[in-house]
Design a protein around this ligand. Sequence first.
Ligand code: NAD
Length: 286
Amino acid sequence: RGKRAFIAGVADDNGYGWAIAKSLAAAGAEILVGTWVPALNIFESSLRRGKFDESRKLPDGSLMEITKVYPLDAVYDTLEDVPEDVKANKRYAGSSKWTVQEAAESVKQDFGTIDILVHSLANGPEVTKPLLETSRKGYLAAISASSYSYVSLLKHFIPIMNPGGASISLTYIASERIIPGYGGGMSSAKAALESDTRVLAFEAGRRHKIRVNTISAGPLGSRAAKAIGFIDKMIDYSYANAPLQKELSADEVGNTAAFLVSPLASAITGAVVYVDNGLNAMGVGV
Ligand code: NAD
């Protein structure tokens, strides 16, 4: 039987989540995605209208099939956690069962189990503010959407993950080195995500034989990255300074993800794997 993957954080064909979905599909996995509720309508209608058909093409010429799109808001664990104003919001009221717990229940009802869980989402409302100007609310929101969301996803999906399954998330080197411009507590959120990767690898490994890794990806001009405002500068910087002087393609991250969740990586867990043309290894810009 082919493997089944749930990829949280796909809402267009530009980001890492989409590229990971494609690499997993090319390797024969069945693809389920979790799409942020406010982005759901446009994503589903674009998919239906064929807007993504060109980028759905797999190496063998076939088109990636997304078996099902689930609405998801990973800052809410259960229905009880959702504030009234969000419940009443037109976009949110238009769909249902989008808390993490409900999404896991829906996947269980529809498919029983999964083998692969991918977390490819982040959000920091004050990302453009330096840390010294970040409010407590903004900082905690960044941690909630970008770090705890992964703990919650794993917690709720582990019960439906087959033993031998694997999980990955996406992180950024701003967790360990100073990257001015990656503010609002997002650097802190990625540091938490990387630390949690180790602890979760231990707990999920011991209890469920599930592997947990994170990919520290180089800069990509995704929708989320464009919102930060400095992505073109980061891409140019990487091109100028990395050991490999080429543009990083999302597919290179997708292929690493496919490797990490496959049996080829059966002894790799708790790791931060750099997919950044080697930029992390540099000590100075040249
Ligand atoms: P993206 O815009 O494709 O993906 C981010 C997704 O998160 C979007 O689909 C958005 O709708 C979703 N999202 C935001 N809040 C959510 C919530 N509360 N619940 C559910 N979904 C939510 O952008 P991307 O850059 O591909 O980001 C994917 C991951 O890669 C993120 O973790 C990001 O930090 C990481 N990353 C990106 C870069 C880069 O340069 N683009 C570099 C390193 C790491």
